[in-house]
Design a protein around this ligand. Structure first.
Ligand code: 2M8
Length: 420
């Protein structure tokens, strides 16, 4: 197959006028961090469309600055995805006239994407005042995370639901999630299993806990008081992407005539706090705010801080990435979980399979830190998976078998970016 034209075909097929759905059946709405990765690839197809992708997402931003993790497509019936708009009941907070959304967030990779999109076609962007309009929204978004989500008091962002990590059923969440009482399955119906193989998705027990956490947050009016959150974890990936996005914000600020220095100061502050609080044994780990302990498991989220410029522990991270726990150099892709841990599962979602967005981020981090050989190994490794397996949601890291949804938008978008 011609990988480039197939990737374009997926992006065109999933485009819905203002945004791109991650996968037509399984994920029929707009997802926050998906849109950022999709924009990064779509800029090679149409920089204008890439700008629209981000603009439509920020069009659904809440007054408090949060960018919801799902913006629901009004043309898709409520039961097309669970939990749908009626379950989240976001309009009770945002009021009518605003798009129905979820009330949780996803990792803040948007400023980084906006800066990449701008650079691909500065003329169109300047004519449309793309960055001028987006910059204040990005500032409000980062402020929400910094001010409302520092639940641990260490200057780091806490996620309050595993879905906020983007790595839903990672074993990294198991200990914190175990304290949450699952909602009975009789009270809701999973829709994901209509479209995906149960052995490649989170378990029913996980889902019961995800639903409980949404209900509690929703019933509090989506308040961020610490006592509302049974699950509160400082996630290395979320904080690393915020730091990398602050670097992008410095570039954006320069472009729109705002001071860049506060963004660079914020980047430095986050980097220092992350290393001090989350780094141990060659990897970053999540800090469980409720137990007051680091969860020392080998999630690939712990390698993503490589995207933070001038990271003082980059060499240790690269050694872990290429060592027995992730074997990135041999495999050409990065598994989502420690290969040597008994919980590693090559087919179950975020418990082992390799994902394109994570590979893309780690490759970027390797380039940032001068490890260009390994970066190239990953680039060709992921391209080979796309050629062999098509644009699947994730892949078995050993056999490179494609798994999960077909025609998955960020896989197509990031493949395009790796080709260009
Ligand atoms: C997955 O998450 C959603 C919930 O947000 C789900 O399982 O239904 C994750 O892989 C997440 O990272 C991704 O953004 C989303 C849509 O692709 O799907």
């Amino acid at each position: 197959m011609n990988t480039r034209s197939e990737a374009l075909r997926v992006l065109l097929g999933n485009w819905r006028g203002y945004n791109t759905v991650p996968a037509p059946d399984l994920y029929p709405h707009q997802w926050s961090w998906d849109s950022a990765f999709i924009a990064i690839g779509t800029r090679h197809l149409s920089p204008l469309r890439a700008q629209r992708e981000l603009e439509s997402l920020f069009g659904a931003q809440w007054d408090d600055g949060r960018v919801p993790h799902i913006v629901f497509d009004p043309a898709t019936p409520d039961e097309g995805y669970f939990p749908g708009p009626s379950f989240w009941n976001s309009k009770s907070v945002t009021g009518p006239g605003v798009a129905a959304t979820s009330g949780i967030v996803q990792p803040p990779v948007h400023a980084l994407a906006a800066w990449e999109v701008f650079q691909s076609d500065p003329d169109t962007a300047q004519r449309r005042r793309f960055l001028q309009r987006l910059y204040p929204k990005l500032v409000a978004w980062h402020e929400y995370l910094r001010c409302r989500r520092d639940l641990g008091g260490a200057g780091l962002v806490s996620i309050v639901h595993p879905w906020e990590s983007g790595m839903d059923n990672s074993p990294a969440w198991d200990p914190a999630l175990a304290r949450v009482r699952p909602v009975s399955m009789r009270r809701y119906r999973r829709r994901d299993l209509d479209h995906a193989d149960a052995s490649q998705r989170p378990t029913d027990e996980d889902y019961g806990r995800y639903v409980r956490l949404v209900e509690t947050y929703r019933d509090s009016g989506y308040a961020d008081r610490p006592e509302v959150h049974e699950f509160a974890v400082e996630d290395p990936l979320t904080n690393a992407l915020l730091a990398a996005s602050e670097e992008a914000m410095a570039g954006i600020a320069d472009e729109v005539g705002a001071p860049a220095a506060p963004h660079l100061a914020e980047l430095a502050r986050l980097r220092e706090a992350m290393v001090a609080r989350l780094f141990s044994g060659g990897l970053f780990h999540p800090f469980d705010v409720r137990s007051g302990e680091l969860t020392e498991v080998g999630s690939v989220a712990g390698l993503v801080p490589l995207v933070v410029p001038d990271l003082p522990v980059a060499e240790e991270l690269i050694a872990t990435a290429t060592g027995p726990r992730f074997r990135a150099g041999e495999l050409g892709v990065v598994p989502s979980f420690d290969l040597t841990d008994e919980r590693f599962d090559p087919a179950r979602y975020w418990r082992g399979p390799a994902w394109f967005n994570i590979g893309w981020l780690i490759r970027r981090g390797l380039l940032t830190h001068g490890a260009s050989k390994l970066a190239e190994v990953l680039r060709s490794g992921y391209l080979e998976v796309a050629e062999r397996a098509g644009f699947r949601e994730y892949a078995d890291p050993h056999r490179a078998t494609g798994l999960g949804a077909h025609r998955f938008a960020w896989t197509a978008a990031l493949t395009l970016d790796l080709i260009e």
